[in-house]
Design a protein around this ligand. Structure first.
Ligand code: SIN
Length: 294
């Protein structure tokens, strides 16, 4: 299925809500057009309001994706996960079920547990922009949850507890990590030792406080794994309840942009894994954070 041709000019920008807790669709933007400051500001406002924004019916090339994404900040060159880049485009990750060089794709199972992008690095992603090139006839959906709302809906006492914690992120908790090439797994682990980040993030632009805990957290710094586990499980379950989730059903030509400071996401396995699902992701770098732990 190819993206539809749908030429438009960037005119008045509107966002309509897509979900109860998060998600908004932006109308009136064509990624092929140059981005002016007013458009960037309007998209940012919608982004802060909805946390995840969707642009439909785009017909974007890799260069269009990069030009658009650069309007929102410096792009990561994905040096922390060098094996997953699109050839010739270090600022694009290629997340695909299509075999590469006659071998299964190393990114065929990316994103299969709830997470925020690049939380296992010292520069966690501010934003991610994922473009759908091709999708299976059924499924291949992505779910997002609102971590600001998850934080707000905790009791005062629990907020007080998590405010004082640091989450230790461990790349080996990425679902399916050990199904990938062993040499690449070893190098990716070497590049990304366990790192502690505050368990509550304060958004640098909006000031919003959001939970920063995921299924890739091994323990809370200063606590044992056994002490931490029930709290990690509770917080993840609390954050990913249906009332706090938006499920995106992809169409080719969709660009979905999410704020990694206020959301988590998971790529679902709700499709025939032999079918092509081919996505390109640009990652806007966030502020330096955290400390490496032994
Ligand atoms: C990701 O985790 O960045 C990819 C999500 C997806 O492929 O749906």
């Amino acid at each position: 299925m190819a993206a539809r041709e749908h030429p438009r000019r960037n005119a008045a920008i509107e966002a309509r809500p897509l979900g109860y807790a998060l998600g908004g669709e932006i109308l009136g933007v064509d990624m092929r057009d140059p981005l002016d400051a007013d458009t960037v500001a309007a998209i940012r406002r919608a982004w802060h309001a909805h946390h995840v924004i969707v642009l439909r019916d785009q017909n974007a090339s890799p260069d269009d994706i990069l030009r658009f994404a650069r309007g929102f900040g410096d792009l990561d060159d994905h040096a922390q996960t060098p094996f997953y880049r699109k050839d010739g485009y270090p600022e694009l990750l290629e997340i695909t079920t299509k075999p590469k060089d006659g071998k299964p794709s190393e990114t065929r199972n990316v994103g299969r547990n709830w997470h925020s992008d690049y939380a296992y690095t010292p520069r966690p992603a501010a934003a991610s922009m994922l473009y759908c090139v091709e999708k299976p006839p059924i499924g291949g959906d992505t779910m997002f949850c609102n971590m600001a709302r998850a934080y707000e809906t905790l009791s005062d006492t629990m907020r007080g507890i998590v405010d004082g914690l640091h989450s230790v992120y461990d790349i080996s908790l990425v679902a399916g990590f050990y199904e990938r090439d062993p040499a690449e797994v070893a190098e990716t682990k070497r590049l990304n030792p366990p790192i502690a980040h505050p368990a509550v993030k304060v958004h640098p632009e909006s000031g919003t406080r959001a939970l920063y805990v995921s299924e890739r957290v091994a323990y809370f710094h200063g606590m044992t794994a056994a002490e931490s586990r029930p709290l990690i499980d509770f917080l993840c379950e609390h954050a990913t309840g249906p009332e706090n989730v938006y499920r995106h059903v992809w169409r080719p030509g969709d660009l979905v942009c999410w704020d990694n400071r206020t959301t988590m996401h998971v790529a679902l396995t709700d499709f025939d894994q032999n079918q092509p699902r081919h996505m390109l992701r640009a990652t806007v770098v966030g502020e330096p954070s955290g400390f490496v732990v032994d």
